[in-house]
Design a binder for this molecule. Structure first.
Ligand code: AKG
Length: 289
């Protein structure tokens, strides 16, 4: 089993593909056993009456934000050793987890009535749209990457997240032709059940159309720079746990502090990932944090 201590440096071809396309698929990053356990945990959460962090939306979509604090089954994703090296190479070691988002998307039969993924509400977007609003679209850099895991069957009609290759570096919005629901060039990534789709905040993407007859279950883990606010509700009880590693603590939001609680210099809290990365790969990460 790969652990953070035995993780491999990222594949340069994967990094090139991400730079070019704005997304990439990493193969076999979770085990079938974990996937089954996580799908059961997701189903339990969705069947419950919990409202905190719940994200009910249109057309029967359901889900939660902050699922790592709701069921321990999801915790191993935070430091997935087959994903973290690529994330650090593409962003830096100065990372934290901004969101862990479970998304349940029901199947809608072809021709069934729906109010999303229709021409007037096609759903294509870039993430962190408020950054573009505040700063201007053209100056927003890569700030965060989502790692999208799928816990349900991945048939072609399952509604996997779609993306437009290269759209992360194109100025202006993608254009969806009148009467259509997808822009030219949009693709559905070829994903196996144990794969993960990585895409960044500037990549134009949309949930696909699920007509498979089964609900689609996805978990989106969003990692961004530590100077960006987390999207999920704070979960201080998680950080207080004694069974966490320093890397987990960093990713779960530990601030720049010395062990006695006094203030450390800006970026000090990234030391766990930075040290790990230096041992994984001789070159320093893009940012020394
Ligand atoms: O549900 C999906 O496939 C897409 C989700 C999405 O658009 C997002 O997380 O920003």
């Amino acid at each position: 089993m790969t652990t953070l201590d035995t993780a491999s440096p990222p594949d340069p071809k994967v990094l090139d593909a991400f730079e070019r396309e704005g997304f990439v698929v990493l193969r076999n990053v979770i085990t079938p056993g974990w996937r089954e356990q996580a799908a059961a945990a997701a189903t339990r959460l969705l069947a419950g009456d919990r409202t905190v962090g719940r994200d009910h939306s249109v057309d029967g979509k359901d889900g939660f934000r902050g699922i790592i604090a709701m069921d321990d089954s999801f915790l191993p994703l935070v430091t997935n050793p087959k994903v973290l090296p690529t994330l650090v190479a593409l962003l830096s070691a100065n990372l934290h987890l901004m969101s862990s988002n479970l998304i349940y998307m029901p199947s809608i039969p072809p021709g069934g009535t729906r109010t999303i993924r229709v021409p007037e509400r096609h759903g294509w977007h870039r993430d962190m749209s408020t950054a573009a609003h505040d700063l201007g679209t053209d100056v927003v850099p890569r700030m965060a990457i989502k790692a999208a895991y799928f816990l349900s069957d991945l048939t072609l009609d399952a509604g996997v997240t779609m993306a437009v290759p290269g759209s992360h570096i194109k100025a202006g919005p993608v254009t969806v032709p009148a009467g259509a629901i997808d822009p030219p060039g949009a693709i559905t990534p070829d994903l196996g059940p144990c794969d993960v789709l990585l895409f960044e905040n500037r990549t134009w993407h949309a949930g696909g159309l699920n007509t498979s007859g089964h609900p689609r279950l996805a978990v989106m883990m969003q990692y961004g720079y530590r100077w960006l606010a987390a999207v999920d509700d704070p979960a201080p009880q998680l950080l207080d746990r004694e069974d966490l590693t320093d890397i987990e603590r960093q990713l779960l939001g530990r601030p720049d502090r010395h062990p006695d609680g006094s203030i450390a210099h800006e970026g000090a809290g990234a030391a766990p990932l930075r040290t790990w990365w230096q041992h994984l790969k001789p070159d320093p990460a893009r940012s020394s944090g």
